[in-house]
Design a protein around this ligand. Structure first.
Ligand SMILES: [Zn+2]
Length: 355
């Protein structure tokens, strides 16, 4: 299990509301944590946070995790005070009816619920149907549009009203582990490398934004940082629940270690070095094949400028994009250990050209 200080940092980060385009509260948590350790902190106009540790002439290494989360946005308020909303990122409309939500307004958090007609009132033929997101509405207890408009504005972001909790056997659950646990891991690696006296490589940890709406922060921060190597830390689908078919994904189990992807999006020299590091350090890993572009920041980063050596380190996650995402703390710890050892072992003349 994570030590208390690390668990609290993760909890604070996950619970800071940060739907894509509204990431400032999460970036503040990371800045508070890392600025005292950094040689340089930069935030670009998109909101990407880049924290740098000077090296000793080695390659420039970027570690990236995205701090944005999926959510909703206020779009339309009826005269009776009901609020219609759109999705920020890939939200499953099965999940939202009957849930508590937080609207993040200029006046602070406004509590609300996503209304749902009572089962008694639904025609039998309609009971199995999914309610389209644009038919769902929020009730904050107000009785008119004027009352609502005094509290919130069109365009305010919304999150599910749930936070981080520990379950059994070192497993944790929350909304938005995708991918704030990624920015948590790269932040922890940054602190570990700093404690070890720095590395030969220049290390730039980036908490990227707007990943869930099209890898947007990864694209611009990659260009800005101009790294030689980029490792992205992301959630990856666990296939160890009864309703998920491992065919087409691979065997991925929660608690069996972080997952390294292979395929066209991944530099083979970098992949081999990561596998070798895991072996030497006796860190358990799992491997999946991804024969196409990964749907992660590793894709935009690989295609930056003249090309970047990229790798993707996944943390097995059940129930992705639900308010009850689940992962194992031991997988987070193994990922931190692996990346720290990897950053520290890279020498000045390390080439990533696959020939
Ligand atoms: Zn993600």
């Amino acid at each position: 299990m994570l030590p208390d200080s690390e668990f609290n940092f993760l909890k604070q980060l996950v619970e800071a509301p940060s739907p894509s385009g509204f990431e400032t509260p999460a970036q503040r948590v990371i800045k508070e944590n890392l600025a005292p350790l950094a040689d340089h902190v930069k935030i670009d106009v998109m909101g990407n946070m880049m924290v740098r540790l000077d090296g000793r002439g080695g390659p420039r290494m970027m570690l990236a995790g995205h701090c944005d989360e999926i959510g909703f946005m206020v779009q339309y308020i009826t005269d009776e005070g009901f609020i219609y909303f759109g999705a920020i990122g890939g939200v499953d409309p099965h999940l939202s009816p009957g849930q508590r939500i937080d609207i993040h307004s200029a006046n602070g958090v406004i509590k609300g619920i996503i209304g749902k007609k009572a089962i008694h009132l639904i025609e039998v033929k309609d009971r199995d149907k999914v309610i389209a997101l644009k038919e769902q509405y929020i009730d904050i207890g107000c009785g008119s549009r004027e009352e609502v408009e005094a509290l919130i504005q069109i365009g305010d972001p919304i999150t599910f009203s749930v936070g981080l909790e520990r379950l059994q056997q070192g497993r944790i659950t929350s909304r938005a582990l995708d991918d704030k646990m990624g920015s948590f891991i790269v932040s922890r690696v940054f602190a570990e490398v700093k404690n070890a006296g720095g590395a030969t490589s220049e290390l730039v940890c980036v908490s990227t934004v707007q990943e869930e709406v099209g890898l947007r922060g990864g694209t611009t921060s990659g260009y800005g940082v101009d790294p030689d190597v980029a490792i992205v830390v992301e959630v990856t689908h666990a296939t160890d629940t009864p309703d998920v078919d491992p065919k087409g994904i691979g065997r991925v189990e929660v608690g069996k270690g972080p997952v390294l992807a292979r395929g066209a999006n991944i530099n083979p020299v970098l992949f081999n070095l990561l596998v070798e590091t895991a072996k030497q350090e006796e860190i358990p890993i799992q491997i999946i094949g991804v024969p196409r572009a990964t749907g992660t920041d590793a894709n935009s980063l690989q295609l930056t400028r003249g090309g970047v050596a990229t790798a993707l380190l996944g943390i097995p996650l059940r129930y992705m994009h639900t308010p009850v995402e689940l992962l194992a703390e031991s997988d987070l710890q193994a990922a931190i250990k692996l990346l720290t050892a990897f950053v520290l072992r890279i020498e000045k003349d390390q080439s990533f050209i696959p020939l």
